[in-house]
Design a protein around this ligand. Structure first.
Ligand SMILES: Nc1ncnc2c1ncn2[C@@H]1O[C@H](COP(=O)(O)OP(=O)(O)O)[C@@H](O)[C@H]1O
Ligand SMILES: [Mg+2]
Length: 259
């Protein structure tokens, strides 16, 4: 166990049951250190997104604890939670469903500032231009609607929005699973650059072992709501202890990502 200062997120005994005898997440404990990327892997339906949503308190756990920067997230009142929410953001899998088709990119990216009643020091226009450039798009993107963009570009817009209020922690819930491999690789490289530049902490959810291996420091492997294996990413990828992990690795072919 890393010491308190290094740990940003600590989860103990996290459990979610939708029916009395069906726990979709069962007694999950893990910690995420500042500045690292923790990979959360497992086949579809194993409970990854449910863990992520409980961790951000987007859904309430049935049992368990979430500590964020030393605070008990589940005990925070609505105001405190709102303040905390600025520090943690999520990027979802589907780049088509996650952008409002009736809003221009300018409005989409300005929304977090409006919601939190914040004015960027450099002025909103300058900040919005900086935000789109930071994810590899032109400033002219601000005046377009989401339909003008490809899936990869939309995911870049989602990332820009997630970073609007300069959070320290991002949950990336299969952010490239809906994209072509080469487009996804570019988005993953962007995520890596942004992490280095801003010292971000990531929870990276994926079912692609090669991607996880490329991006993550440590991984946690989920199966049917339970954590079956957790540890150093290279160690687990080269010599998994669990047969289930071995199968996950075997299920996805090598996919080199240009650095
Ligand atoms: N709101 C819900 N009500 C009932 N069951 C749910 C709900 N959300 C998720 N589940 C179930 O929980 C399990 C885990 O889902 P999920 O966390 O989305 O898995 P993953 O992200 O690993 O694919 C699945 O069997 C799913 O059907
Ligand atoms: Mg999911």
């Amino acid at each position: 166990m890393a010491n308190e200062e290094e740990v940003l997120v600590e989860v103990r005994g996290l459990t979610k049951a939708y029916a009395a005898n069906r726990r979709v997440v069962d007694d999950v404990s893990l910690s995420i250190r500042r500045g690292e990327t923790l990979g959360l892997v497992g086949e579809s339906g194993s409970g990854k997104s449910t863990v992520a949503r409980m961790l951000l308190r987007l859904i309430e756990p049935t049992a368990g604890q979430v500590r964020y920067a030393g605070l008990d997230l589940l005990k925070l009142g609505s105001h405190e939670l709102r303040v905390m929410r600025r520090r943690m953001q999520i990027v979802f899998q589907d780049p088509y469903a996650s952008l409002n088709p009736r809003m221009r990119v300018r409005e989409i990216l300005a929304e977090p500032f409006a919601i939190h009643g914040e004015k960027p020091a450099e002025g909103l226009t300058a900040r919005l231009e900086e935000m789109v450039r930071a994810v590899g798009l032109e400033a002219s993107a601000l005046d377009r609607f989401p339909h003008a963009f490809s899936g990869g570009q939309r995911q870049r817009i989602n990332i820009a929005r997630a970073l609007a209020l300069k959070p320290e922690f991002l949950v990336l819930d299969e952010p490239v699973s809906a994209l072509d491999v080469s487009v996804g690789a570019q988005v993953v490289n962007l995520l890596r650059e942004l992490q280095q530049k801003h010292g971000l902490t990531y929870l990276f959810i994926s079912h692609s072992m090669p991607l996880v291996r490329y991006l993550c420091d440590r991984i946690a492997v989920m199966r049917m709501g339970r954590l079956v294996e957790m540890g150093d990413c290279d160690a687990i990828c080269t010599s998994p202890k669990e047969e289930y992990t071995r199968q996950l690795i075997a299920a996805t072919p090598e996919m080199p990502v240009a650095g």
